[in-house]
Design a protein around this ligand. Structure first.
Ligand code: PLP
Length: 396
């Protein structure tokens, strides 16, 4: 039986249509898009067509789309450029729950003498815009707040945040790696200056990303070299992957409605089924302002790693919010920032679905997961049934 893949926020399967679109650029059309002759001109046209497809999904114009190597590079490039644009401004604002691509870049800035404000989140994983307004300062160069959180799926109010930044003449970047293709984004309406995309989160290959930079926003390249990407990002283009990302964006546009209806209905059925069948379980994060494909569920008194191993043995791929993304031990920075109670934080599992998830997979998962949790609980020294409910204190 095929494994059940519930880890689409980690990476997605490449869509068959994407592979088909890429193949000619791997097998036949090998020209360098910067070259003059005709076998290269057709490659250049394919890159530009992909740029237009990506712009179409985002409500942007093609000239605002810069190809990068991944979401991480897009995030780093956006922050770097904002600081280059305002060299006298030494303050940066972000959140405590960003992906390491932003979080660790911001921490490095602290080491270079910048002041960095890491906005806290509440129990639902949401930030408070009044708090943001209060910390905006005359020397704030950039605010970087993710559009949707990778662990909980919580969606942040980027329209409101962007408006606050605009009032103060501060650049606003959003890491939309998890939201692009899952929820509608119209950059012709949103007050966003820069936005990051990663191909492998929306059924395109790994190793291709996009940085959207609004027309008129000053941009200094991060990767220096040749004149590719209109001087915005050096390096010979990853043509096949660019073509694949273009096709993936066109497909995502076609499937956007289904994400909100079909995918979210499957997610809700999984979530409600697990909450009903597993006592002492709860959803982490705002259940309303949330990506349609994601649920992060804490199963109290059990270890996430143990759950994952049992799920793997049962052919179910998911991921644990209890493992720090840096690979070190301890609960994730996101769940800690949300102050998830000690007895729940270690047993958190993220299930992230896609348009390829089926009803049958949800049935199969619901048939096995409650038994796995019950078995682990019976063995757990911390289970309240055993009268030793203690996780050893703090969740920090
Ligand atoms: N930002 C977010 C929110 C992510 O979830 C990820 C990947 O998990 C990244 C950035 C990094 O993207 P990439 O893997 O393309 O570097």
């Amino acid at each position: 039986m095929n494994p059940i893949y519930f880890d689409n926020n980690a990476t997605t399967a490449i869509a068959p249509e994407v592979i088909e679109a890429m193949q000619p650029y791997l097998l036949e059309h090998f020209g360098n898009p910067s070259s003059f002759y005709s076998i290269a001109r057709c490659v250049r046209r394919a890159v530009e067509e992909a740029r237009a497809q990506i712009a179409g999904l985002l409500g942007a114009t093609a000239e605002e789309v810069i190809f990068t190597s991944c979401g991480t590079e897009s995030d780093n490039a956006a922050l770097n450029s904002a600081l280059e644009a305002f060299p006298d401004r030494r303050h940066v604002i972000t959140t405590a729950v960003e992906h390491p691509a932003v979080l660790n870049f911001a921490k490095r800035l602290q080491g270079k003498g910048y002041r960095v404000t890491f906005l806290p989140v509440d129990r639902k994983g949401q930030i408070d815009c009044a708090h943001l307004r209060a910390v905006l300062a005359d020397d704030t160069a950039v605010v970087s707040v993710m559009h949707a959180n990778n662990e909980t799926g919580v969606i942040f109010p980027i329209a409101e945040i962007g408006a606050l930044c605009r009032e103060r003449g501060i650049l606003f970047h959003t890491d939309a790696v998890q939201s692009v293709g899952k929820v509608p984004i119209d950059l012709s309406e949103l007050p966003v200056d820069m936005l990051s995309v990663s191909g492998h989160k929306l059924h395109a290959p790994k190793g291709i990303g996009v940085l959207y930079v609004r027309k008129g926003v000053p941009f200094t390249p991060y990767v220096i070299g040749g004149h590719q990407e209109d001087g915005h990002r050096a390096g010979t283009e990853n043509v096949a992957s660019i073509v694949g990302l273009g096709r993936a964006c066109a497909l995502a546009r076609e499937h956007l409605d289904a994400e909100q209806t079909t995918v979210s209905a499957l997610r809700d059925r999984l979530e409600e089924g697990l909450l009903a069948a597993c006592p002492d379980s709860m959803v982490n994060g705002d259940r309303v302002s949330r990506l349609p494909n994601t649920t992060n569920i804490s199963f109290g008194y059990v270890e996430g790693e143990a759950i994952l191993m049992k799920l793997d043995a049962a052919g179910i791929c998911a991921s644990s919010g209890s493992a720090c993304s840096s690979g070190s031990d301890g609960p994730s920075h996101v769940l800690r920032a949300m102050a998830v109670p000690a007895e729940y934080i270690r047993g958190s599992i993220r299930f992230s679905l896609s348009r390829y998830t089926t009803d049958d997979e949800i049935d199969r998962a619901l048939a096995v997961i409650p038994g796995i949790i019950a078995d682990l609980r019976r063995l757990s020294p911390w289970s309240p049934d055993r009268g030793t409910a203690c996780w050893g204190g703090s969740t920090e």
